[in-house]
Design a protein around this ligand. Structure first.
Ligand code: NDP
Length: 502
């Protein structure tokens, strides 16, 4: 026999099917608290949807160290070959809402939580190594341009290209997005990147700048634009279904962690500003060091509790790991925790999916739905009654010095080869195959033909011509536009005036 239904307070319920009425045709009684509470709870079932990365899929697994990397970090979870750390991963689209199709063109979030012995370490990455903007002040505008128009509630390619062409630092990321990497075949067939530069410190206090790369052991595989669109119609939940089915069938996806390591002192004179999120560090400059492997081997038992309530924050950096002067990263340190406080609640870190597997000793207290309490511990520091005390040695934060100047709003310090279009051009000319290039052109032309006005289309051509003249010509031909009139020259001047050139 199954269990008896109860109220939320555990009291046996009278009926699963009938409201309390006065006679069979009489009015419903307000004091039928069981039915009333059912309605009230139902009305409150949703937490606010994430503003970005609303639709996600997640899985549990572990990270295992395969190489000795103690020469560049003292992080305990990376401290010994064979050491395993339990973890949770959530992959997501960026712009679409909860019910949006999985296979639309978009970057994919690649958020990881490592439950380490020194607290939670989160890597909130993407499946692309770079990003659209490099200053946190532009992030909200960028996202607005990817979302919906205020009057019609429609998504709008015109505002996307308007923003991108007026923000040429986006060219590298848009080149990846418009390539077939913008439509991954499955979540198992994409790489994950920290994108940002982070730092590490070893047991001797030596510091390094690092970039994290999670390489899909299954290989990178993408849909063409046509295949992605067909799948959008066939199964909007295809990626979620695929990940779940693979893990359920024992086909556990795996990623190899490789880290690029830059000695601390080399940042100042490196040919690219190493903290500019729109740039990679070419592998010929900093080869990837093998670190370990991440395996996802367990599906969530409850989607809401594990995937929806999961809250990741790039501020979660354990001893031996740290930040960098990347201004986007600095902004995210504030905004991720803040959005979880709003979306899930002040005590979101106490929920099982977010709670660390180590004891928490904190002077933060109370607030809605507080579950973990400190008992009779003092509620202030310093105190003379045995409350916890901070230990800078254990914290192992990574610091760096800056040449202080006048307070102001500055562009990134320009290094020798910094150019908004340069690395996108390298990708197009030196990394992509002929098929990749053909598909890139088809994808850009298709996207920029769809409700994009003439003026913005001319800027689209100028933007890609700056990445590569031949690419620009192919896009002009695809859009049926000439590039010898005054209107094009004006458009090109505008794009150029907003860009950062080597
Ligand atoms: P490499 O030839 O050493 O590396 C090229 C990288 O490009 C590989 O990591 C590969 O990732 C990735 N790649 C391959 N095909 C595509 C594609 N169609 N779209 C996007 N990325 C692709 O060259 P460099 O390190 O000198 O970098 C050259 C360019 O490659 C960069 O300007 C950048 O655009 C791109 N790139 C570089 C990365 C880096 O961290 N250095 C990372 C990703 C892209 P994989 O092996 O996983 O297939």
């Amino acid at each position: 026999m199954s269990e008896a239904t109860t109220t939320g307070s555990g009291i046996p319920a009278e009926s699963d099917e009938y409201s309390l009425t006065v006679g069979p045709g009489g009015p419903t009684a307000l004091h039928d608290h069981y039915v009333v509470q059912k309605m009230q709870h139902f009305n409150r079932e949703r937490v606010p949807e994430r503003v970005v990365h609303a639709k996600g899929s997640g899985a549990h697994g572990y990270f295992e160290v395969t190489e000795d990397v103690t020469w560049f970090t003292r992080a305990h979870f990376l401290g010994e070959v064979g050491r395993r750390t339990p973890m949770f991963a959530r992959f997501s689209t960026v712009a679409g809402e909860q019910g949006y199709a999985d296979t639309v063109r978009d970057p994919r979030g690649f958020a990881l939580k490592f439950y380490t012995d020194e607290g939670n370490f989160d890597m909130v990455g993407n499946n692309t190594p770079v990003f659209f903007v490099r200053d946190a002040s532009k992030f909200q505008d960028f996202i607005h341009s990817q979302k919906r128009l205020p009057d019609t509630g429609l998504r709008d390619n015109n505002m996307q290209w308007d923003f991108w062409t007026l923000s040429p630092e986006s060219a590298h990321q848009v080149a990846v997005l418009m390539s077939d990497r913008g439509t991954p075949r499955t979540l198992r067939n994409m790489n994950g990147y920290s994108s940002h530069t982070y730092s590490t410190v070893n047991a001797n206090g030596e510091r390094f700048w690092v970039k994290w790369h999670f390489k899909a052991v299954q290989g990178v595989e993408n849909f063409t634009d046509a295949e992605a669109k067909a799948m959008t119609a066939q199964d909007p939940d295809f990626h979620r279904r695929d990940l779940h089915a693979a893990i359920a069938a024992g086909d556990h996806p795996e990623w190899r962690l490789e880290i690029q390591v830059m000695p601390f002192e080399e940042a100042a004179d490196y040919r690219f500003n190493p903290f500019d999120l729109t740039k990679v560090w070419p592998h010929s400059d900093y080869e990837a060091v093998q670190v370990g492997r991440m395996v996802l081997d367990r599906n969530p038992a409850n989607f809401f509790a594990e995937v929806e309530q999961a809250g990741f924050s790039p501020a979660n950096l354990v001893p031996g790991t740290g930040l960098s002067p990347d201004k986007m990263l600095m902004g995210r340190i504030f905004s991720y925790h803040d959005t979880h406080l709003h979306r899930i609640g002040a005590n979101y870190e106490q929920l099982p999916i977010n709670a660390p597997r180590v004891e928490v000793h904190s002077y933060n207290k109370d607030a809605p739905m507080a579950y973990r309490h400190s008992g009779a511990q003092p509620v202030y520091a310093p105190n003379s009654y045995g409350g916890p005390e901070a230990d800078a040695q254990r914290a192992g934060a990574v610091a760096w010095s800056v040449e202080a100047g006048e307070m102001g709003r500055y562009a990134y310090e320009k290094h020798a080869d910094d150019d908004d279009f340069g690395q996108a051009g390298t990708l197009y000319r030196e990394v992509m195959s002929d098929t990749d290039r053909d598909n890139l052109v088809t994808n850009i032309v298709g996207h920029a033909s769809d409700h994009v006005n003439d003026e913005v289309q001319l800027r689209v051509i100028a933007y890609w011509s700056s990445v590569d003249p031949a690419l620009g010509s192919r896009i002009a031909a695809g859009l049926g536009k000439t590039t010898d009139g005054d209107a094009f020259h004006e458009a090109a001047k505008l794009v150029e005036s907003r860009s950062n050139r080597a």
